[in-house]
Ligand binder design. Structure first.
Ligand SMILES: Cc1cc2nc3c(=O)[nH]c(=O)nc-3n(C[C@H](O)[C@H](O)[C@H](O)COP(=O)(O)OP(=O)(O)OC[C@H]3O[C@@H](n4cnc5c(N)ncnc54)[C@H](O)[C@@H]3O)c2cc1C
Ligand code: SF4
Length: 330
């Protein structure tokens, strides 16, 4: 591991100043992803700025009825918070579906959103990878790609984003706040992750040196009836091969409002807007749930070994929406 300088910041502006404009410096959250990548040589920062002592560890109701979540709130505290469990249950479920208790105690909200892909070629520095070394190639296209993207990928990279938490945040229109030396800014989660295109190494729209300070959830009554369902290759302690965050408001057998996002199918948490358009105003039946899934998955471009994800996601959408509709009818 490369020798590095370690600094701890006491306030937000101090953290931003410590990182400065140095492209070789990184913020350190719980370290559960970054430190692993440093050990394998994927990341070789010259300086770490530890943000865990910043006063960003609160979850507070916003004036408009939404929720403001600080960037250093741990995944465990987020999942356990009564307002999260009551108003956005799919978010609590998504966080609890990720990693292990020990990891969730360390992992932060900011770090979870900015964790890197689990593509095996990305984490193996002996292999080419456009995301790690721009222009070096993408061996996943013809190699191991059974858990890679079926939506929104490009010929330059087919990796998926691994976050469970981000999928629920995408469904609920979360907004990410950040701080830079030039002042604060905000990005809707829908704009936070950049399209892959021919620049897979550029993952987010954050300005250079930006410190993520928090995430705001808008007031969203439909989110109170929401669910996160994750499919993985073993029962626990594994990343998703497909997941769904869904919220449904049904009355008189008709969908009044719906939110849907997919995980582990794209380079970012995938908001399923085409499916939502089909759902809104439609009868709350399995037939229409399947039509909604098909509308979204029509854009899928599977590789030879990951076409199963299209069927998996269709089944997952129908199952989760059917459960939510049954609950609404009780
Ligand atoms: C064995 C294992 C299993 C896992 N399983 C899952 C799973 O099933 N689902 C899932 O979603 N995740 C899973 N994870 C990933 C885990 O959730 C992430 O490692 C964790 O959320 C990252 O948070 P962190 O605070 O430790 O980030 P760090 O490792 O500290 O940082 C990650 C990245 O974010 C940057 N960063 C951190 N905080 C900020 C900030 N405030 N502003 C700007 N940049 C920042 C860092 O510079 C770094 O680039 C797993 C991890 C492991 C090791
Ligand atoms: S899919 Fe992306 S991360 Fe994986 S090898 Fe290809 S370029 Fe690298």
């Amino acid at each position: 591991m490369r020798e590095f300088d370690y600094r701890r910041a006491d306030d937000v502006s101090g953290a931003v100043a410590l990182l400065g404009a140095d492209p070789d410096a990184r913020y350190l959250g719980g370290g559960t992803n970054l430190v692993d990548l440093m050990k394998t040589g994927v990341e070789r920062p010259a300086r770490l700025v530890d943000v865990r002592t910043l006063p960003l560890d609160r979850i507070e109701p916003a004036d408009d009825g939404g929720l403001r979540i600080g960037a250093t709130v741990t995944n465990s505290d987020l999942a356990a918070h009564p307002l999260v469990r009551d108003r956005y249950p799919a978010l609590a479920q998504a966080v609890l579906a990720g990693a292990s208790g020990q990891l969730r105690n360390m992992a932060t909200v900011g770090g979870n959103l900015l964790q890197r892909t689990r593509c095996g070629y990305f984490t193996d520095v002996t292999r080419p990878c456009n995301k790690r070394v721009p222009g070096s190639g993408c061996p996943a296209l013809t190699g191991e790609h059974h858990n890679h993207a079926v939506l929104g990928a490009s010929d330059h990279c087919v990796a998926v984003h691994p976050s469970d938490m981000g999928v629920a945040l995408a469904a609920f229109d979360a907004v990410v706040s950040y701080e830079t030396a030039d002042g604060p800014g905000e990005l809707a989660l829908a704009d936070f992750y950049l399209p892959v295109g021919d620049t897979p190494h550029r993952e987010t729209a954050l300005p250079p040196g930006a410190l993520v300070t928090g995430v705001t959830l808008p007031p969203l009554p439909v989110a109170a009836r929401s669910r996160y369902r994750k499919v993985r290759e073993r029962a626990s302690y594994a990343f998703a091969i497909g997941s769904v965050a869904a919220a449904l408001d049904v009355s008189d057998g008709v969908v009044r409002d719906a939110r849907l996002a997919f995980g582990a199918v794209a380079s970012r948490p995938w908001r399923a807007r085409a499916a939502e358009r089909v759902l809104t105003g439609a009868p709350a039946t399995a037939e229409y749930f399947a039509a909604a899934a098909d509308a979204e998955l029509a854009a899928a471009r599977p590789l030879p070994d990951n076409g199963y994800k299209v069927t998996l996601m269709r089944n997952l959408v129908v199952a989760v929406l059917s459960e939510l509709a049954e609950e609404a009818a009780r």
